[in-house]
Write a protein that binds this ligand. Structure first.
Ligand SMILES: [Zn+2]
Length: 235
């Protein structure tokens, strides 16, 4: 007879096996390195930055976006952890202690552009004199590619370095001075290897491009989550 005893033994064996596999898996999960991305809301509660055609500041808009991106990404990506950083006032230096403690692999600062005339295009800013500047630009380019594809953005503001060696990295601006540099430099000073500052659209005029972002926030959030997913293995 195929005894009950044999059946029980077999069951015990499989239970033990599955328990062992489970513990192995948990150990593996714990030991797998988790990368960290600090998602920084550009500007501050006191000084909100540019205002879009709907009357909302960069800070207020991106505070909402950043929290949604943080929430979805943390549920989506097991090997990546995202934490939002924002400031109530002061310069980006007030983020130093928090960023230094968090030790992110990368920071991504969210903004939107504004100009005195109707302007178009997406920009990713990286610091020209930072460590691994070209790698930063390449990662910025991958991120911008995902965005430009989703929104069919035609203009990507490109700044060519002398010698034209980064001409293929379109949509990424290398900065050595001016707007944005202070923020980028500050994060590198906290020993963050990858520092990006993203400007998806010019927001102060109502255009097809700006409407695509401001009238459908869930789409914008989903696009940022996707773009973050696309760069996560490189940071
Ligand atoms: Zn800004």
């Amino acid at each position: 007879m195929f005894s009950e005893k044999k059946g029980r033994n077999l069951r015990d064996f499989f239970q033990k096996l599955s328990k062992w596999l489970k513990s192995l898996f948990i150990k593996f999960e714990k030991e797998r390195p988790v990368k960290r991305l600090a998602l920084i809301v550009g500007h501050s509660e006191k000084s909100g930055g540019a205002v879009n055609y709907k009357g909302e500041s960069e800070y207020d808009f991106n505070s909402r976006i950043a929290k949604k991106v943080e929430d979805i990404s943390n549920r989506f990506y097991e090997s990546l952890e995202i934490k939002v950083f924002q400031r109530h006032g002061g310069s980006c230096r007030v983020l130093f202690p928090g960023i230094s403690l968090y030790k992110p692999n990368a920071t991504l600062e969210l903004h939107f552009n504004a100009a005195s005339v109707r302007a178009f295009g997406v920009e990713m800013l990286v610091y020209k004199h930072g460590p691994r500047a070209y790698e930063n630009a390449m990662i910025g380019d991958i991120f911008t590619d995902t965005y430009a594809r989703e929104y069919q953005v035609k203009q990507r503001h490109t700044h060519r370095l002398d010698g034209d060696s980064v001409s293929s990295i379109d949509g990424v601006k290398f900065l050595s001075e001016g707007r944005g540099v202070h923020n980028l430099k500050s994060m590198h000073e906290c020993n963050v290897p990858f520092v990006l500052l993203f400007e998806p659209v010019f927001g102060n005029f109502e255009t097809e491009e700006s409407k695509a972002v401001f009238e459908d926030e869930d789409r914008y959030v989903a696009c940022l989550v996707k773009a973050i997913g696309d760069i996560r293995e490189f940071i």
